[in-house]
Structures are given as structure tokens and as C-alpha cells.
Design a protein. Structure first.
Length: 170
């Protein structure tokens, strides 16, 4: 810009020759002065730090930290679902396989094919020790372990029992 240049002046501004001369002298002196490169570099870095773009909220954690947080949330959800799920009551006690049924069905001790194929099966009444019937579900305690149970047994021709039906407990 040269003295008297009205390029940057508004149409309403008045030209001041004294002021223009002072600015021209200042421009001349500053033209020879140049800041060192390190000062310019430090000023640019300070400006970048000061005006750095703000980080988003999800950049506060790294990718592995987000993965760990997601895994912990999933694990917590599974534990809560399992804790809140209705549980069925499991009873260890079951119905005995053999019971007094007053002439009802027999409980097979051998395969059904063998029982059907036996030509000379016969019905025999017997006193059976309670401990022998324990595997079939008859309750046994130390008090009644020596007792006997009256049973009707379907016996094969060779004497092997095929089926049993309880008549009474003595």
C-alpha cells in the first residue's frame, strides 16, 4: 500500500497524509524484521492446542476399554437374567416303581418280549425281603429292613422271576 492509496478506504473516510506517512515508515521498518522459524512453529502449535477440536464423548475410552466394558455389561445382563428366571423345583423323591395295587398291573423284571414268549409262566405268591425290592423304589429304613413284603410274582418255567406285583406289606 502506497501513501495516498485509497484502496482500503471507505468512501466516507478522509485521507490523512500524516498518518499515511507514519504507517508507511512502520511498514518499511517491519519489512526487514523476520521472526525466527522456531518462534513461528511454537506459535502455530500453541494456537492448535488452544483451538483444538473438542473430542467426542466416546473417544474418552480406547477400543479395548470399550470392548471390556461391553463384555462386562453382557456378563451382568446374563447373570441378572439367570437370577431372575423362574426355576422349577426338582424333587429327588420319585414315585416307587412297585406299589401295592390290589390286583393291578405287574412291574416287568425282564423284557416284554421274553415275558410274552414264555409258554409256561405261572403266578406264585411269595414273601420277598424289603431290601430286595429297594431298587424298585420300595422305601427301606433301618427299622423295617428286616421286614418282608407279600408279592405275586410271574415266574418262568426255569424259576426266573419275570414280573412282580405287591399284595401287602407285613
Amino acid at each position: 500500500m502506497k501513501p495516498g492509496d485509497t484502496h482500503f478506504r471507505d468512501t466516507n473516510d478522509q485521507a490523512d497524509d500524516g498518518l499515511d506517512a507514519a504507517f508507511a515508515a512502520l511498514r518499511g521498518e517491519l519489512a526487514g524484521i523476520d521472526a525466527p522459524r522456531c518462534v513461528e512453529k511454537e506459535l502455530l502449535q500453541a494456537f492448535q492446542r488452544h483451538c483444538a477440536p473438542r473430542r467426542r464423548w466416546y473417544h474418552a475410552l480406547s477400543l479395548p476399554q470399550w470392548g471390556t466394558a461391553g463384555a462386562l455389561c453382557s456378563l451382568t445382563a446374563v447373570v441378572l437374567l439367570l437370577a431372575q428366571a423362574p426355576h422349577e423345583t426338582v424333587s429327588v423323591r420319585s414315585q416307587p416303581l412297585v406299589a401295592i395295587d390290589r390286583g393291578g398291573a405287574f412291574v416287568a423284571l425282564d423284557s416284554l418280549e421274553r415275558i410274552e414268549a414264555e409258554p409256561d409262566a405261572r403266578l406264585v405268591e411269595a414273601e420277598v425281603p424289603r431290601t430286595t425290592l429297594a431298587p424298585l423304589g420300595v422305601p427301606v429304613s433301618p427299622d423295617n429292613a428286616a421286614d418282608t413284603v407279600r408279592a405275586e410274582m410271574l415266574v418262568a418255567a426255569d424259576g426266573q422271576p419275570l414280573a412282580v406285583r405287591l399284595s401287602s406289606i407285613n
